[in-house]
Design a protein around this ligand. Structure first.
Ligand code: ATP
Length: 331
């Protein structure tokens, strides 16, 4: 399934693009024995894509250019190279070395799962380059070994994730296109640090020090309840009504992200004042996502937000976007 030139000659190079994700709901349950938390989340892929190209090489190596490239590991810790190694383990003997070239557009450590997108893209690209012939379900199994958000990078669209987020069910919804404005922040947030901050907030609340944020146990409870899917959000998605979706966005990690990055409060408030239908911190942050009523409203909101000085930069995107896919005809 390698790309072919018009004359039928095989192109020994494959380019794949994979989307950033938002979490329309992120419910965080109790910690598990393995250090992860039980999650229920509604993933939503948006039209902000990293692009990766793979071609044969004597040994695996990676180069990274674009947005935040200097903060991405250029060795075996790169999630794209980890994905290459995981796929090779599934198809031994047919998987020579590859050079992976990543063009980043998804900001790094921004709560948009850019590294997972690159890993998903690497799986699709090497599967095509090597002619491994793995189907989507097999690729999803390999993806889950690489990282919690990698299976969704393959699937795209809108989907419910359970477990660590890797057990996916596509959300049945009409073909509504949602218009989003993303506000990128100056700094980054580390996902493990945000979860640790949530655990601290919950421990403090369990001691009765302060009011519980949403989804947390009642006073005196020392363990948050199991994470559950928000029926209101699912019904809003089935209706295709952006207003309802905007009202039902939720993220249990948001209080923790705000505790580490208080300036985001101002960003969220500004977007809502400027007419967004809903606003939330994306995943572990610090990117903020705002839902707009139309493409025109999204443009107005993006212009006003960037003028308000409450973020580093803005981007307009739409969702749902497709999962990792080969870019046809790209040399
Ligand atoms: P997470 O996916 O862990 O929730 P995130 O979505 O906030 O995090 P990512 O952009 O995926 O952020 O990056 C998380 C970390 O993964 C970065 O700090 C970076 O060091 C590491 N990383 C490894 N490979 C990549 C990659 N290809 N692109 C971006 N980051 C990568």
């Amino acid at each position: 399934m390698r790309q072919e030139r018009p004359g039928g000659e095989r192109e020994n190079r494959v380019t794949v693009r994979a989307p950033a994700k938002l979490n329309l709901q992120l419910a965080v349950g109790p910690p598990r024995g393995d250090g992860y938390h039980h999650l229920v989340t509604v993933f939503h892929a948006v039209s902000l894509f990293d692009e990766i190209t793979v071609e044969p090489a004597a040994r695996d190596r990676v180069t990274v250019t674009g947005e935040g490239a200097d903060r991405v590991p250029a060795g075996r810790d790169n999630l794209a190279l980890r994905a290459v190694a995981a796929l090779r383990a599934e198809v031994p003997g047919r998987a020579p070395g590859v050079r992976v070239a990543i063009t980043k557009r998804i900001p790094v450590a921004a709560g948009l799962a850019g590294g997972s997108a690159d890993a998903a893209a690497a799986l699709v690209a090497c599967n095509a380059l090597w002619g491994s012939g793995l189907g989507q379900a097999q690729l999803v199994d390999v993806a889950a070994k690489v990282g919690s958000d990698v299976p969704f990078g393959l699937l795209g669209g809108t989907a419910v994730g359970r477990g660590r987020g890797e057990r996916l069910t596509p959300a049945l919804a009409p073909a509504t296109q949602y218009h989003w404005v993303l506000a990128f922040a100056e700094g980054q947030l580390s996902t493990p640090e945000v979860y640790a901050a949530l655990d601290r907030l919950r421990a403090r609340e369990a001691r009765g020090d302060e009011q519980p944020p949403r989804h947390q146990g009642g006073p005196g409870g020392d363990r948050p309840p199991e994470a559950t899917l928000d029926a209101g959000l699912m019904s809003a998605l089935r209706s295709g009504d952006a207003r309802l979706v905007g009202r039902t966005l939720s993220n249990d990690l948001q209080p923790a992200a705000l505790s580490l990055c208080p300036a985001l409060r101002k960003t969220l408030a500004a977007g809502l004042e400027l007419g967004a239908l809903g606003a939330l911190v994306s995943g572990s942050g610090p990117t903020c996502a705002f839902l707009a009523a139309s493409a025109k409203r999204a443009l107005d909101l993006a212009v006003s937000l960037s003028g308000a000085g409450v973020c580093r930069s803005v981007a307009r995107v739409t969702g749902p976007a497709p999962g990792a896919a080969v870019v046809p005809g790209r040399p």
